[in-house]
Design a binder for this molecule. Structure first.
Ligand SMILES: Nc1ncnc2c1ncn2[C@@H]1O[C@H](COP(=O)(O)OP(=O)(O)OP(=O)(O)O)[C@@H](O)[C@H]1O
Length: 236
């Protein structure tokens, strides 16, 4: 990992208005995410983890502050440019996979690249996640862990600079969760992708280079983990 920031948040905040009520989901935060790092974002429910992740990936727009991605201020982008940014530069992995049910695993992967206007070898990507032999299966014919691996292959199809994962193991059992985390660790190490994992599970922090803890819409602490462990050694 080098210490060049890929993403930099400067005084970023997010407030939601629900009629009369204002919710301060994120109080002003400063954060740098470095190229090639694996960052874990931990914190209790409602502490602002997903809000932070969505702002990093251009899925949401802050009410204050700037988000610099590769030096460009994405908060200045209009809707069209922001869509292109998300399409080209960010890979998302969600808790419930969000695969298209009537497309096969291979089609789900290849569609992601087509939206970007490119062609990819879906089989090669499925091979990378250990699922080449399930390429012609539909999501309903795959286990949760397999669906999540297809979702990760789909995120990689865009060749993004960063992979943003919101509770990627939240819907999986322990063994399957570990497999998915190992895959994310390999992608970080072998492909050099910057990976951010939002989770409730504090144990997952042990595989990260840095551990960020959220509390009440603020960054409570950021700790460097000098000795990230192999995901396959995590126990909970
Ligand atoms: N679209 C929205 N409209 C109104 N309030 C919102 C919205 N999104 C989030 N919030 C509020 O902002 C706060 C932070 O939510 P957020 O989803 O970021 O927390 P979280 O740490 O990811 O929680 P969880 O672990 O339960 O997913 C919560 O109080 C939530 O209710």
């Amino acid at each position: 990992m080098d210490y060049q920031p890929l993403v930099e948040l400067v005084g970023v905040s997010r407030r939601y208005s629900l009629g009369e009520v204002e919710v301060e989901a994120l109080k002003p935060v400063d954060l740098k995410i470095y190229r090639g790092e694996l960052l874990a974002i931990l914190g209790p429910s409602g502490s602002g983890k997903s809000t932070l992740l969505n702002l990093i990936g251009g899925m949401d727009v802050p009410t204050g502050g700037k988000v610099l991605f590769d030096g460009q201020d994405i908060t200045e982008f209009d809707e069209k440019r922001l869509t292109l940014f998300r399409r080209h530069q960010v890979g998302f992995v969600f808790q419930f996979f969000n695969l298209i049910p009537n497309l096969t695993a291979r089609e789900n992967v290849e569609l992601a690249a087509e939206i970007k206007g490119e062609k990819v070898d879906g089989l090669a990507l499925l091979e990378k996640v250990g699922l080449r032999d399930r390429a012609d299966h539909f999501p309903s014919q795959l286990s949760g862990g397999e669906q999540q691996r297809v979702a990760i292959a789909r995120a990689l199809a865009k060749d993004p600079e960063i992979l943003l994962c919101d509770e990627p193991t939240g819907a999986l059992d322990y063994q399957t969760g570990i497999q998915v985390l190992s895959l994310l660790q390999d992608i970080n190490r072998e492909m050099g992708k910057t990976v951010v994992i939002v989770t409730h599970n504090v144990v997952i922090g042990n595989m990260a280079h840095r551990i960020l803890r959220m509390r009440d819409g603020k960054i409570d602490s950021i700790a460097v983990n000098e000795h990230p462990v192999e995901a396959c050694r995590l126990r909970w």
